[in-house]
Design a protein around this ligand. Structure first.
Ligand code: 2AL
Length: 684
């Protein structure tokens, strides 16, 4: 479930505190994102503030609908725009004032509200009346501290709030306290401990209530008052807010849009996302994401581990896939039950220290598919990380978190692993650069294995230059040769690519030829369906040897799809695996012979990203098709790159380059020259 807390004021530090409170209250499987609009008042403490906070709030609801959010918490104690939000959100919307008041009445006879400035008392009174709690609400008091002074360093706000609460209990004869501002969310435990009565923070209460409604399958009634607003024209600065006809389901939608509400570009600056039309660039510019997005991050810090600050990667930040040991942190591998049993690492994996030594900081540990045994990027426990390039689509895995963090601009570098495509597929799906290194070139010590014969370290970045800088650092101790500069295509008849992708790939190849790159005709890699099966069998046997014992001892710990994959792996006999390994050696020798002197060109994935809510069978079919392409590098131990140079009609697909072993850096440089040449032509 994806729950979004919206702080309707524009103060990001307050949004972060709201996010922390919501995350602490949410259940383990819920993804929490906390956002605020970029237009509107810095705090809400007058009717004027409140009225002008509502457009920004509604823009965030529209954005949430595009992101497939299941329920919203409206995190301001005036519950501003609550009714309007309900008209346009497909999932439930819960205000923190209503949630806190409802909760308080379950805990005592009378509650007192303690709010910020005296002028906000009237609004709280009005809400208590409106929600039917006139009798239960024994008094409303102001601590007389402006909203943005509640969390100033060195402020006495907590103590003063606790004292105001104590006075309120005495004056009103009440037995429960309701905190009257989202900015007080993290005062709750302290005030409750000081007073010895239940203290209700609306953010936590609304989070749990919103979750409950989703679990119960309940959402706002569309019968009358809360039906979508009638379609009509709006003018002037608000023209972009005009209720529009409900768009049909589109590729990239998390679900069919049930809301007629859309926010269009026009005169407002960057703060609006474009839901209908607009280029991908517009859509990805500016989605404010909280570092608390647990579908992307498991742990973050500021930074989590500081690098030397000096070297070629100084000033860069790294999102580390949750398979690498990071000093002081546990490895979670995308499996909460596994995480629970781990102890913190004493030292970081060499692949991590190489980046720290070169000056980069680690900002966080980012999510992976369970045990990295998938390329979809959909985790049964943590959800699917956002796809910045295609809202509502899967991010690709298993290095889903690092890739999303890079694509969204929350990290410069993604440190991932690629066993069967786990760096290249998320790079392809999210329109960024990703390298799978030559097998064995970067040490995998301190990295949780999946299938050691194929496991490699890889990196993700938004541009070729950064990727090359990281590769030079990460491969400093590995032999590196000059690469080939002639390309060859592969006979891909056994892959059956969608026609549109085939056409696009051909157009890109033609453009490369026109630019003077030498591309020779198809190298026959053999039947790639058979190659993928060899890969599947050998990988599965090794995956079972790596994790089978743990999986068997923890029934129910894995999502159904990954559990099924391990079950199938358990059935592969050592003899079957040995036979497949022999056939892999034949494949590898044949490819080496046929690809001699050439860099292979192919699409990095067999399709654009599937929708986040695609049925499992569809995701599995897409995986099978893509594995026919990605297994080539795995089986041959070669480095492979995904560069964002192909596009299907709407969505990104990477152009993959597979080089000779130990030519990783040269491969990036070659791809960078292709990008420069193709993009130069685009611009012309
Ligand atoms: C609030 C609140 O929760 N957020 C904000 O900006 N103002 N409420 C209040 N009583 O001041």
């Amino acid at each position: 479930m994806h729950l979004r807390a919206i702080n309707p004021n524009t103060t990001e530090s307050m949004t972060a505190a709201i996010g922390r409170a919501a995350l602490a209250a949410a259940s383990a499987g819920t993804t929490v994102t906390a956002v605020n609009p970029t237009m509107g008042p810095a705090s809400i403490e007058s009717h004027y503030d409140e009225a002008l906070a509502v457009p920004g709030l509604l823009a965030e609801i529209a954005r949430g609908e595009a992101d497939g959010v299941d329920a919203y918490v409206l995190a301001c104690f005036g519950d501003p725009g609550l009714d309007a939000a309900r008209e346009v959100a497909s999932g439930p919307v819960v205000g923190i004032a209503e949630a806190a008041m409802h909760t308080a009445t379950l805990l005592g006879r009378h509650f007192s509200i303690v709010t910020t400035l005296p002028r906000t008392v009237g609004r709280a009174e009005e809400l208590a009346e409106r929600y039917g709690f006139r009798a239960a609400c024994a008094g409303i008091h102001a601590v007389d501290i402006p909203v943005l002074e509640l969390d100033l360093p060195g402020s006495d706000a907590r103590r003063e709030t606790a004292e105001a609460c104590r006075r309120a209990l005495d004056t009103d004869g009440s037995d429960v306290i309701v905190l009257g501002c989202a900015g007080m969310a993290d005062f709750c435990t302290e005030v409750s401990a000081a007073l010895g009565v239940p203290v209700v923070d609306g953010v936590a209460a609304a989070t749990r209530l919103a979750e409950s409604l989703v679990v119960l399958g309940l959402s706002t009634s569309r019968r009358s008052e809360y039906a979508p607003p009638p379609i009509k024209e709006y003018s002037g600065a608000l023209a972009g807010f005009a209720p529009a006809a409900a768009p049909g389901p589109r590729r990239g939608d998390a679900r069919p849009a049930s809301s007629p509400y859309s926010v269009h570009h026009g005169g407002f600056g960057r703060e609006y996302c474009v839901l209908d039309g607009g280029s991908r660039e517009d859509r990805s510019v500016d989605t404010p994401r909280s570092p608390l997005d647990t579908s992307m991050w498991r742990v973050t810090g500021d930074p989590l581990v500081r690098g030397t600050g000096a070297g070629p990667l100084a000033g860069m930040t790294v999102a580390v896939k949750d398979l690498f040991e990071v000093a002081g942190q546990r490895v979670g591998a995308g499996v909460p039950a596994y995480l629970d049993e781990q102890t913190p690492a004493v030292a970081s994996a060499p692949a991590v220290t190489a980046l720290l030594d070169a000056g980069a900081d680690v900002v966080g540990i980012a999510q992976t598919d369970e045990f990295a045994y998938s390329i979809a990027g959909r985790n049964a426990h943590y959800g699917a990380a956002p796809n910045a390039a295609v809202p509502g689509a899967l991010p690709g895995g298993s290095s889903s978190g690092p890739a999303a963090a890079v694509a969204l601009g929350e990290a410069t570098i993604g440190l991932g692993t690629d066993t069967g495509g786990s760096v290249r597929v998320p790079a392809s799906y999210q329109g960024i650069w990703g390298l799978r290194t030559t097998h064995g070139a970067v040490p995998v010590d301190g990295v949780l294995p999946l299938a050691p014969s194929y496991d490699t370290v890889g990196w993700l970045a938004r541009d070729a230059e950064t990727l090359a800088a990281v590769a030079r650092v990460g491969l400093a101790n590995a032999p590196q040769h000059a690469g080939d500069i002639r390309f060859a295509l592969l006979d891909l008849r056994s892959v059956q690519l969608p026609h549109e992708l085939e056409r696009q790939f051909r157009r890109t190849v033609d453009a490369m030829i026109a630019d003077g790159f030498e591309v020779t005709d198809a190298v026959d890699p053999g039947d790639l369906a058979e190659a993928a099966e060899l890969y599947r069998v050998t990988q599965a046997r090794e995956a079972w040897l790596s994790h089978g014992e743990w999986v068997r001892a923890h029934p129910g710990a894995l999502g159904a799809d990954i559990a099924a994959r391990f079950e199938a792996a358990a059935r592969i006999t050592p003899e079957q695996a040995a036979e497949a390994r022999d056939a892999v050696a034949v494949f590898r020798a044949r490819l080496d012979e046929r690809a001699e002197g050439r860099v292979l060109l192919l699409p990095a994935a067999a399709s654009a990203p599937p929708r986040a809510d695609a049925p499992t069978a569809e995701v599995e079919a897409i995986r099978a098709a893509t594995m026919r392409l990605t297994c080539i590098a795995g089986l041959s131990g070669r480095p492979a790159l995904s560069a964002p140079l192909l596009e299907t009609a709407e969505d990104p697909v990477g152009l993959s380059l597979i080089g000779a072993r130990n030519t990783d850096v040269a491969l990036i440089e070659l791809a960078a020259s292709v990008a420069e040449s193709l993009n130069g032509k685009d611009a012309a």
